[in-house]
Design a protein around this ligand. Structure first.
Ligand code: OSB
Ligand code: MG
Length: 384
């Protein structure tokens, strides 16, 4: 399937070396989902050097295999042993198609691949002196924001947190739910805030036996219900979707373009959450965007508590025209006391975040902040 979106192929680059870093940044507040409670953001940052420039990528794999099977350590291993050696230290210059051709024989590990493809695209855009968003075919100069609110101590805390985020100007709220933190929570938030754009995310915490709960949630005018059932279960999602008025939205289940095609054919969802870092990189994200657009399925860009590097990449992708729902792309301050990029991302008064206009990701990585967050570093030069 060809890319519908007008994505220019970009410059060819002679890739010289890569730097892998494992970083740890304390979160502004702990983030709790149905599967984990995180206090610290861990991520692999990829720096790719070639033709006198550097491109940055961020891997969304987390410490353990809770959201997906990939972890920080599997991604490090696959990048170091299999992906980087295929593209580094070669005599010829590589374009995007050649890079993708080299990564294609490696099965799975979309998060590891995504970080490398993202770094490559940033590098290409910088060498051409244009914004990454333009290279990808993006059109918007600002992207509608939304905020994802984790599971809280109690309802009082949650209502305070929702009120605070609305005051900050977030135009859409997503609540994390799990068994014991669902119906009463949605009921309370709806009662207090009858008009807000509201959606929920279960991160696969339920089964079809919980269909009664979803029938109840169907009454609350939610924008969507995200990933209620098994992370790999498209058939049960299709069954549940047939029983509901509210659109189901898949996140974990959509790990590739093929998964997106299957979900649309089966009727497993009516909305897709596209995370470039989950689906194998920006070009797979664009291919899913194109498929959904051609099928009349709205998409939005999800997040994985990324640092400013991953957030800049998400913004570039979310500037494409099919991203019509509010995105999980919040201001830097929602995640960290201090981001590792400058300028940090801020929420505009109209509830949007501006897509950077400078070359590549359009924000500067602050070396000294990156260095302070780094707990492991390795330079990789050689191809095999
Ligand atoms: O399911 O969307 C998710 C964070 C970590 C892992 C999974 C998810 C999330 C979020 C946060 O909901 C979204 C954000 O980055 O703002
Ligand atoms: Mg989700």
């Amino acid at each position: 399937m060809g890319l519908e979106t007008e994505m220019t192929s970009g410059a060819k680059v002679k890739l010289e070396r890569a730097e892998l870093r494992l970083i740890e940044l304390e979160l502004a507040a702990p983030f709790e989902t149905s599967f984990a409670r995180e206090r610290v953001k861990r991520a692999i940052i990829v720096a790719l050097f070639g033709d006198g420039a550097v491109g940055w990528g961020e891997c969304v794999a987390s410490s353990g295999p809770w959201y997906s099977y990939e972890t920080v350590e599997t991604a490090w291993h696959v990048l170091r042993e299999f992906l980087l050696p295929r593209v580094l230290g070669r005599r010829e210059k590589l374009g995007l198609q050649e890079l993708k051709g080299e990564l294609a024989p490696i099965r799975g590990h979309p998060m590891a691949k995504a970080a490398l493809e993202a770094a490559f695209l940033d590098l290409q855009a910088k060498l051409e002196g244009r914004p990454l968003a333009r290279l990808l075919g993006g059109e918007r100069d600002r992207v509608t924001s939304g905020v994802s609110i984790g599971i809280q101590e109690d309802l009082t805390e949650l209502l305070k947190e929702v009120a605070r985020r609305l005051e900050e100007g977030y135009p859409r709220v997503k609540l994390k739910i799990k068994p014991s933190w669902d119906l009463a929570v949605v009921e309370a938030v709806r009662r207090e805030f009858p008009k807000i754009k509201l959606q929920v995310d279960a991160n696969s915490a339920y089964t079809l036996e919980d269909r009664g709960l979803f029938a109840e949630l169907d009454r609350f005018e939610l924008l969507l219900i995200e990933q209620p059932l098994g992370y790999d279960d498209l058939v049960d999602h299709a069954r549940l979707q047939r029983e509901l008025r509210t659109p189901l939205c898949l996140d974990e289940s959509i790990s590739s373009l093929a998964a997106a095609r299957a979900a649309l054919e089966l009727g497993s969802c009516r909305v897709i959450n596209i995370k470039p870092g989950r689906v194998g990189g920006p070009t797979q994200a664009i291919a899913i965007h194109d498929l959904c657009r051609a099928s009349g399925v709205p998409v939005w860009c999800g997040g994985m508590l990324e640092t400013g590097i991953g957030r800049a990449h998400n913004l570039a992708v979310a500037s494409l025209p099919g991203f019509t729902l509010p995105n999980d792309i919040s201001a830097s301050s929602r995640y960290f006391a201090r981001d590792i990029v400058e300028p940090e991302f801020v929420l505009n008064p109209d509830g949007t975040i501006t897509v950077p206009r400078g070359p590549g990701i359009g924000v500067e990585v602050v070396e000294e902040r990156l260095e302070r967050a780094t707990v492991r570093k390795e330079v990789i030069r050689q191809g095999r």
